[in-house]
Write a protein that binds this ligand. Structure first.
Ligand SMILES: [Zn+2]
Length: 472
């Protein structure tokens, strides 16, 4: 089976806007058999708001497309469970930190599952990686990119000549824009904290520099390296993370490795506004995905979150959600009305599918959704027969790639119980089936296909070999 690696031979390769270059580029992973992706996850002191949910859904879609193209994708998304906002919440409610973070991590898992978001292969938490973080800070000190001052360890920004490449801000812009914390012990105003001391009543860990806790940026550098190995292919997050968070991650991870590459592709999603206004605590218009899910279908929320191009702002409104809910009900009815007894194999429907082509072009979801509704319109006006069956397969395959599974409620939940080792088992079965096909043992090949299908695995036999992906 040559499913992994086919992405490069694909006539329509995946194109993505890379924040590093500011332009749309063909995505080329370093190893097509092991694509690596890291996304900055939530700080867990509250339920996920729509901004968190949009990022999770956008990168879930990207994960699905990468798996469609390459098969084997290693995806890590962290939980920030050490943070001053968590500390404040712990003090306010008189609970230990872990009671708060555990509770909101479980809620995040449940809410994202309801939005059809697949669990990443790695979900590292800061509290589980303190030794990696401390070791990385130690290496930065040794390499002369960091220094100790007043109980803190700081990254020395002038020691890294490439600082500002991702965000397009020079060190001078940074200082002039007052985006830095002023502290008398800093050698340079742009220097940022790697480690800070903790008072006795605040959470802290023993370190060579005394009891303290890490700064925010160092956690992602340490956890990316630990989970995926460096360099990685793709790093994602919301646009608000470009500066300073991702700029500082690059400074840490590149300088500590003497200039070696950290990550090739940087992908950032846009903001969510609510009724045309920025979503903010001070305006009191923060919408929690958790609250929406009490009254609305998760799939409708997912569809609404995908309605704008991921790089553009998404304006949330009741009208958008209602419209998405209605569109999904119509699709569900259409699928029920057109079901045929021999349906069940959507294999050929994925190649040349206009929805897939739109998604491969920088995740163009507005175009993909209009193509999806175009297929539905044609299907609605086609009489039973081969053509209708093909259109229906095309629609089901497209919905599945978008993470909208309207036919099999509950399958998604089952999928979450399957861990990463399942991918290896599937790859092995696909290889066995390919071997059976080569020796023309079609009975065995069909038996393996049926077994895989029962596990939600869709096969696509191309001229290069068999590609596969999980429909849910
Ligand atoms: Zn991060």
């Amino acid at each position: 089976m040559t499913q992994t690696g086919d992405g490069q031979k694909n006539a329509h390769p995946l194109r993505l806007t890379n924040t590093l270059s500011g332009s749309k580029q063909i995505f080329v992973p370093r190893d097509p058999n092991r694509v690596t992706m890291y996304v900055c996850g939530p700080t867990v002191y509250n339920y996920a708001h729509l901004g968190n949910a949009r990022s999770a859904v956008v990168f879930d879609l990207l994960y699905r497309i990468l798996r469609h193209s390459y098969g084997r994708v290693l995806y890590a998304r962290n939980f920030t469970d050490v943070d001053d906002k968590i500390n404040a919440e712990a003090v306010r409610t008189g609970q230990p930190i872990s009671a708060i973070t555990d509770r909101f991590i479980s809620a995040y898992h449940a809410d994202m599952a309801a939005l059809g978001v697949l669990r990443p292969d790695f979900e590292p938490r800061v509290t589980e990686h303190l030794s990696d973080i401390i070791a990385l800070i130690d290496r930065l000190l040794e390499a002369g990119h960091a220094y100790q001052a007043a109980g803190h360890v700081l990254f020395h920004v002038p020691s890294f000549a490439e600082y500002g490449r991702l965000s397009g801000r020079s060190r001078e812009d940074v200082i002039a824009g007052a985006r830095v914390e002023v502290a008398p012990f800093k050698r340079d105003p742009a220097d940022f904290v790697l480690w800070k001391p903790s008072s006795d009543d605040a959470p802290g860990w023993e370190s060579p520099w005394g009891r303290g806790r890490p700064g925010w940026h160092i956690e992602c550098s340490a956890m990316t390296e630990h989970c995926l190995g460096l360099p990685i292919d793709l790093h994602g997050g919301g646009q608000d993370l470009i500066f300073p968070h991702h700029e500082n991650e690059i400074a840490q991870s590149v300088s500590v490795r003497n200039g070696a590459a950290y990550c090739d592709f940087w992908v950032h999603n846009g903001f969510v506004t609510v009724d045309g206004r920025k979503m903010s605590k001070s305006l009191g218009n923060v919408v929690l995905a958790h609250d929406l899910l009490e009254r609305h279908d998760g799939q409708a929320i997912r569809l609404a979150l995908l309605s704008a191009h991921y790089r553009q702002p998404l304006d949330w409104s009741d009208k958008l959600l209602t419209g998405s809910g209605r569109a999904l009900s119509r699709l569900k009815r259409l699928l029920a009305d057109t079901v045929a007894p021999d349906d069940g194999d959507a294999v050929e429907a994925i190649s040349h599918n206009p929805v897939v082509l739109a998604l491969e072009d920088d995740l163009n979801t507005p175009l993909a959704l209009s193509a999806l509704f175009g297929i539905a319109r044609k299907l609605r006006h086609t009489d039973p027969g081969e053509k209708r069956s093909r259109l229906r397969h095309e629609l089901v395959a497209a919905l599945s790639l978008l993470g909208l599974d309207l036919e099999s409620d509950g399958l998604e939940i089952r999928r979450h119980g399957i861990n990463a080792t399942h991918d290896a088992v599937v790859a092995d079965m696909v290889a066995q089936r390919d071997a059976a096909r080569r020796r023309k043992d079609y009975e065995e090949a069909d038996r393996l296909r049926a077994t895989l299908r029962a596990q939600g695995v869709v096969l696509d036999d191309t001229t290069h070999g068999t590609r596969w992906w999980k429909s849910m």
